[in-house]
Design a protein around this ligand. Sequence first.
Ligand code: CMC
Length: 428
Amino acid sequence: MARTATLTFEGKKIEFPVIEGSEGELGMDISKLRAQTGLITLDPAYGNTGACTSAITFIDGEKGILRYRGVPIEQLAEKSNFIETAFLLIFGHLPNQEEALRFRRRLTDNAHLHEDFKHHFQGFPTDAPPMAILSAMINTLACFEHKFLKIGDNESFEEAAASLISKVRTIAAYTYRKSRGLPYVYPDPNRRYVSNFLHMMFSRPYQDYHVDEDVEDALNMVLLLHADHEQNCSTSTVRMVGSADASLYSSAAAGVCALWGKLHGGANVEVLEMLEKIQTSGMSIEDFLKRVKDKSELLMGFGHRVYKNFDPRAKILKAACDKVLAKIGIKNEPMLDIARRLEEAALKDSYFVDRKLYPNVDFYSGIIMKAIGIPLNMFTVMFAIGRMPGWIAQWREQHADKSTRIARPRQIYTGPTLQDYVEPDKRA
Ligand code: CMC
């Protein structure tokens, strides 16, 4: 029998259908709430609001579970790579050989930026924040790829997805080159996705950067772990913009803007700055945590809206840190030591235990990125490259859903009630 939830309001009982997800998650369908009761819900920051159904990513925050299309993140981190995982997220299954080959070819064919597009980089000051450039340039892509503004069949969607995943990497690398006053390096069709990114970042004319396989693997894993995270702030932004039937480009550009925030993707920069501050100031871990507990600081890289046990991505990255650093030949990374001591102290402290605050994905990702030579101001850009497949998958799912309507939350108005306009000479 279909389950319902009953709401009693002013003596009247109203029944609402209860929707059950494939993992047993329950939600009350209140889409008829206002029509039937005159009420709306008030849920600031949407902590209790499901804005859509989705078959892409499953999270159980209490148990620390994260799965892409049902596949545990731990298995993907061990066996897959970023591009295969991107395909899985967007198209719902792991690619067979032919699909994998076709998708890779599309990525390679779409790696180049139009020569005229490149001139846009010149307009930015050298010290422009890379996330601002990234978002502007993704929007600018719409001027060069008209054919993808209206996406029709699966074929053209795959082409558009490949173009965006490939070009976001080229744009990111060029953003860095611009900030250093270095010449742009063209994508190399013979390199894999991550290796090509490192090549465009660090090669110099007539002096190819040697891509260490361990570095490539580590970056692949970092990108893969960031690839989707259901209805987080930036993904909800992508869906919000997409619901107006805005293009994939403008929706993704909006996602970049949301991700930039320091409570979201920008946290990876803040974590490293925090560790550096603790190191250079000579402050003890205890003194720093005291400041956090009296709310003068946030412990960056800690806490999550959904994970109330542990963030499985942080667990993988923590374990990977030692391995990656050892492989790259870094014996003692002081930041890693501070991070470990911070985590250990916080996890014993009732302030963090009572609030269920655990390290999140950003706590250890910065240490790995720093070790493999990614500059600090590019950390959040790396998160954006990683999250692009998730945004594309969510945008696609939203557009395939016939019940999608423009997203339009309501409000409870708390301003003045009706009052007359006051002539300028009569104002106090
Ligand atoms: N340091 C200190 N106190 C914290 C922290 C933190 N990092 N996070 C939450 N709290 C406290 C918060 O002050 C509140 O305390 P009280 O009950 O005394 O008012 C309590 O814990 C509950 O927190 P909340 O503000 O209700 O949590 P939220 O779900 O609204 O926020 C968050 C989630 C991730 C924005 C927050 O934990 C935070 O600001 N963390 C630091 C930034 C960060 O690492 N962000 C990356 C998130 S993971 C990657 C991503 O999604 O981008």
